[in-house]
Design a protein around this ligand. Structure first.
Ligand code: KIV
Ligand code: ZN
Length: 512
């Protein structure tokens, strides 16, 4: 008998984007959405349209482009939010409204300042309102992990009667432990009389490092949808990691009564794409997608694997997409080949002007580097080339001086809204001098929270990918830059972060 399907609901573009500093442009969201579609994820939660016009447009863009996955939009249980979400997903071939309200005593009393009865009325009315616009409705009880079971039973029975088709049980603050969470799912399914009319879903946060364990325990207890994110990105400590959920279920078919439809060979490319767009590096020992996940160091392990791979390996690296980065282009490749590879990677180029700018950048890079990999192309397209003209600051040229016994110096030419300005500074190292020189021009007064450098590919000619995290007046942004010269990459990353600070509009966080 074929196994039941476990629905994979990816929320990288919504909850993932709520990680401080992980905000993405709409073009970046579209690229991730296309990769999720290629991976055969069932549902892509594209954003929270009432949060900002930018979020609305991003959801709409994803809804227009994605054909094989359902596109979901999050909204609070207000008619205005729901109407905005319905509008955003209108172009979708298959769309879903995901509405939620908090149900725990602490959230109802202190945050919503509503009585439990008022919360039930609001939930019913939200689902009824959504039902006028769409059939596929997911209802979430925010902070369900700390909600009273009797109250959950009452509210869920009511929203199912109103037409909700998926019921999501979030452990919003990551408080549960696996057995307890599974028991909660079991009880809800048993006690609610119309529970068989809906798909049961879970959405676990990782505050105690238990998001994946809690989600999997819930699957054994009957949940048939898991909400998760690539690399476990998400609010605070993040959400359940998609790659771990999918591979645990696939690898342990003896334990799970269901399986996903995910093409697992797309997992590592998705992980790399999300990491390069958000600037959140993946820790080397991260399960499935960490650089060391399939590396055997000790002699005993190496010997065992050489004799018989399964002595120490429960999965095959190639099954999750390792070794998939192809050598694609070199310095003799033309514009047509470049464009074709971008298309294969699902990278939408919005105009000929953008394509020309990107191609120039590619040629510059190919002159410095012999081999250009997919990761390099993603990085080229992540840079400002995606939205030329939008940037406030642009690095025009740079010169650095660093010599033993001398104070490092940086001399830059920066274009500020099209006007070239010279900047100069010294510092404790060339990067420090460069950031000071930029600040001498920008006077942003922002605080540097993080500076990190990663090699995008292997070899000493690899591009250095730099992430800079800045904080200003409570806003946190990540900037990225890549270049074969890491000082230049650092300057680009700092400028990229400043541009985000200049252009960004405050967004509403659904959990506030
Ligand atoms: O963690 C949470 O409760 C959420 C809901 C909005 C589903 O993200
Ligand atoms: Zn969440």
């Amino acid at each position: 008998m074929p196994k039941e399907q476990l629905i994979i609901f990816d929320t990288t573009l919504r909850d993932g984007e709520q990680s401080p500093g992980a905000s993405m442009t709409k073009e970046e969201k579209l690229r991730i959405a296309r990769q999720l579609e290629r991976m055969h994820v069932n549902v892509i939660e594209a954003g929270f349209p009432a949060a900002s016009n930018g979020d609305f447009e991003a959801v709409r863009l994803v809804a227009e482009a994605i054909k094989e996955s359902t596109v979901a939009a999050l909204c609070r249980a207000f008619d205005k939010d729901i109407a905005r979400a319905l509008e955003a997903i209108k172009p979708a071939k298959s769309g879903r409204i995901h509405t939620f309200i908090a149900t725990s005593p602490i959230h109802m009393e202190k945050k919503l300042r509503m009585s439990p009865d008022e919360v039930i009325v609001a939930a019913r009315s939200a689902v009824r309102f959504a039902r006028n616009g769409i059939d596929d409705i997911e209802f979430s009880c925010e902070d369900a992990g700390r909600s009273e079971l009797d109250f959950l039973c009452r509210i869920i029975e009511e929203v199912i009667k109103e037409g909700a088709t998926t019921i999501n049980i979030p452990d919003t603050v990551g408080y549960n432990v696996p057995e307890q969470f599974a028991e909660r799912i079991r009880q809800l399914r048993e006690r609610i009389p119309n529970s068989d009319k809906v798909i049961w879903s879970v959405h676990c946060h990782n505050d105690l490092g238990l998001a994946v364990a809690n989600s999997l325990a819930a699957v054994i207890a009957g949940a048939r949808q898991v909400e998760c994110t690539i690399n476990g990105l998400g609010e605070r400590a993040g959400n359940a990691a998609l790659e771990e959920i999918v591979m645990a279920v696939r690898t342990r078919q003896d334990v799970f009564p269901c399986d996903t439809r995910v093409d697992t060979t797309q997992i590592v490319p998705a992980s790399k794409l999300v990491s390069s767009i958000t600037g959140f590096p993946v820790q080397p020992n991260k399960a499935i997608v960490g650089a060391n996940a399939f590396a055997h160091e000790s002699g005993i392990h190496q010997d065992g694997v050489l004799k018989h791979r399964e002595t120490y390996e429960i999965m095959r690296a190639e099954d999750v997409g390792w070794n998939a980065n192809k050598l694609v282009l070199g310095k003799h490749s033309g514009r047509t080949a470049f464009k074709a590879r971008l298309q294969e990677l699902g990278i939408e180029v919005e105009s000929e002007q953008v394509l020309n700018a990107a191609f120039l950048r590619f040629k510059e890079l190919a002159d410095k580097k012999h081999e250009i990999f997919d990761e390099d192309l993603h990085m080229i397209m992540s840079e400002d080339v995606v939205a030329p003209g939008d940037e406030w600051y642009r690095l025009v040229s740079s010169m650095f001086h660093s010599e033993t016994g001398e104070t490092p110096q940086s001399r830059l030419t920066i274009s500020v809204r099209g006007v070239e300005t010279h900047a100069e500074a010294s510092g404790s190292g060339p990067v420090d001098a460069t950031f000071k020189a930029i600040e001498n021009v920008a006077l942003s007064g922002s605080e540097l929270l993080l500076y990190s450098v990663n090699a995008i590919t292997t070899g000493t000619d690899a591009q250095g990918e730099v992430t800079v995290r800045l904080s200003k007046d409570g806003r946190i942004v990540n900037g990225q830059g890549a270049d074969t010269d890491i000082i230049v990459a650092s300057a680009k990353a700092y400028i990229n972060a400043l541009n985000k600070l200049k252009s960004g509009k405050e967004k509403l966080n659904p959990q506030l």
